[in-house]
Design a protein. Structure first.
Lengths: 175, 77
């Protein structure tokens, strides 16, 4: 839960006297499940190798096999880091002035919504299902007075704690 | 190697380089904190090594032997 500590994280578009209080990413289980599937695919070339190596024609095709195997590994390597990129750049940044939700959808496609702390009217959290309760992951919905009335951030770890942090910052700013 | 296969290889390598560049660019420009920069370094080194290995294996393929075998698969000694 190291993300629940104050950080000196800087980000693009940060205001001069703005301090990052918290950077929240989706629960790690989200990225682990995607990576696990890709790692399973990495087993395929290894299985194929053990199936074909005893054939007479393997010596002719061995160089082609190794080329295709490394090509598959390269594609999967890029896929793993693509998933990590989407995970790492989909963030909720809580600063002493505002809450920013960055949603990385793909290469060069991202959505960013923000609200100032004093415009937040209500924050609700939802934890659905046994798995989510066990892992303590849920969704956060921020009701605001801005044009974009609601901000969502899904599958976050410890949503109640994040809610408390935002509300305490809002209270601190009001006083 | 004829010119059309060379162009095909350049296009494929170019596509891979584009993907690698895009991932590095996103991590470096939009990443918050130190971790994304460390991750991108691991990714860059791994990508370079894998791409170089793939190219080396490609150059070692004996296309003549493969085509001869495929044209007459029952002549294997």
């Amino acid at each position: 839960m190291s993300i629940f500590t104050s950080s000196k994280n800087s980000f693009e578009g940060q205001l001069p006297d703005e301090k990052t209080i918290l950077v929240v990413r989706k629960h790690p289980v989200v990225i682990y499940s995607s990576i696990f599937i890709i790692l399973l695919l990495m087993i395929i070339p290894i299985v194929v190798y053990f199936l074909i190596r005893s054939n007479d024609w393997y010596s002719i095709f061995s160089s082609l096999y190794w080329f295709l195997a490394t090509l598959i590994f390269l594609i999967l390597w890029i896929l793993v880091f693509y998933q990590i990129m989407i995970y790492a750049l989909t963030t909720m940044v809580i600063t002493n002035k505002r809450v920013i939700i960055n949603n990385q959808i793909g290469f060069f496609t991202h959505e960013s919504v923000e609200t100032e702390l004093d415009k937040i009217q209500d924050i609700s959290t939802t934890v659905t299902g046994a798995g989510a309760t066990f892992l303590n992951l849920g969704d956060i919905e921020i009701q605001t007075a801005s044009a974009k009335a609601k901000l969502y951030f899904n599958q976050v770890p410890n949503p109640q704690e994040i809610r408390k942090i935002i509300l305490s910052l809002k209270e601190k700013q009001n006083n | 190697m004829n010119i059309s296969s060379l162009i095909l290889i350049i296009l494929i390598v170019g596509a891979f380089l584009w993907y690698i560049f895009s991932i590095v660019y996103h991590f470096v420009r939009f990443g918050i904190g130190k971790e994304p920069k460390i991750i991108v370094l691991v990714f860059f080194i791994g990508s370079f090594l894998l791409l170089a290995t793939t190219i080396i294996f490609f150059t070692q393929i004996d296309w003549k032997a493969i085509s001869e075998f495929l044209l007459n698969p029952f002549q294997l000694k």
